[in-house]
Design a protein around this ligand. Structure first.
Ligand code: NAD
Length: 304
């Protein structure tokens, strides 16, 4: 299968690298030239789960170097760049190209659908974790299940075939029709952990080791839970308990928003706590804690 990874940072490199290692025809696309040059010169240096090795995979920057349509585009840019990345790669998206988003937060599939139409979009969540160590070198830090679903319409054979290809490549993937619940379940964790760790400049575990930060986590997640209830979404877990469990299980980790702020990069705040605020406005549900977290992160970004 001809696969293009659009945004080949931490996650894109892990997914693209494993698929290439297992015989798929993969191209890694990224605007970060240093990273792409390192991959083309030495191979992708992948470490962590699966061991330390170099994978032979082609990188391009920008997408213009690819001339033909691909079978599958995996979008792995951070959410603020979804629109520009997909528009910039529109020449590789033909009428049979599937487009998959496993990005965090809400609204990415909708943004892609505005450009490509909704019928070929696959939306999902992944419980894999990855860290970019240096240009050309990425750590596969956590192995977990990926769950996908068609964004619009019924599950069809091609989606099942795609899931099989990923599973065979060492990325266990399941097709489900309840992905909305899983997206919100994951959103709850990001709502409780990401912005708070970025504002407080602390690892995830700190939030549950201190009374005041634990309360803030709880208030932010309970606001989001009210929105789920109003939308009729039945979460799989108690969201506060689940968020605290994740913070404990990943106590030493620094969230992606913490890392974005530390590197003065635009964060995914609008797609996480900001999405909760937007949904709250539509439903008439106040979300003052999430609104404050959004403003705090924006205030940090404005100072870059
Ligand atoms: P990342 O910042 O490491 O990688 C994103 C890459 O996109 C960067 O290398 C950047 O240069 C590139 N990019 C930006 N604009 C581009 C464009 N127009 N065209 C091509 N490339 C472009 O991010 P990540 O950690 O891999 O996260 C990607 C997504 O996956 C996010 O939504 C994140 O929340 C989600 N996610 C991450 C993890 C994780 O452990 N890292 C886990 C689950 C989900």
């Amino acid at each position: 299968m001809k696969i293009a990874v659009l945004g080949s940072g931490a996650m894109g490199s892990v997914f693209g690298g494993l698929l290439a290692e297992h015989g798929q025809d993969v191209v890694l696309i990224d605007t970060w030239k240093e990273h792409i040059n390192a991959i083309n010169k030495n191979g992708l240096h992948l470490e962590g789960i699966g061991g330390d090795r170099f994978i032979n995979v082609k990188g391009v920057s920008p997408a213009d170097e690819i001339k033909d349509h691909v079978d599958l585009v995996i979008v792995f840019v951070k959410s603020p760049f979804t629109e520009s990345a997909v528009k910039g790669a529109s020449h590789i998206i033909g009428e049979n190209t599937m487009i998959m988003t496993l990005q965090n937060g809400l609204g990415n599939a909708e943004k892609i659908a505005e450009i490509t139409g909704s019928s070929r979009i696959i939306v999902g969540i992944t419980n894999n974790g990855a860290t970019l160590i240096e240009p050309g070198r990425v750590r596969h830090a956590g192995l977990g299940e990926t769950v996908i679903s068609p964004f619009d319409g019924k599950i069809f054979q091609r989606i099942k075939e795609i899931a099989q290809i990923f599973t065979e490549a060492g990325l266990p993937m399941r097709v489900s029709d309840e992905v909305t619940v899983l997206v919100w379940d994951k959103l709850m964790v990001n709502v409780g952990i990401n912005a708070l760790t970025a504002v407080l400049k602390v690892p995830n575990g700190y939030l549950v080791e201190h009374t005041s930060s634990e309360k803030l986590l709880e208030y932010a997640v309970r606001e989001a839970e009210k929105i789920c209830k109003a939308k009729g979404i039945q979460l799989k877990h108690d969201p506060v308990q689940h968020c605290k469990d994740v913070a404990r299980a990943t106590a030493a980790n620094y969230s992606s928003m913490y890392q974005d702020v530390a590197k003065k990069r635009i964060t995914e705040i609008d797609y996480i706590n900001g999405a909760v605020v937007n949904e709250g406005k539509k439903l008439g549900i106040p979300t003052p804690v999430n609104e404050t977290l959004v403003l705090l992160i924006r205030a940090i970004e404005e100072g870059y």
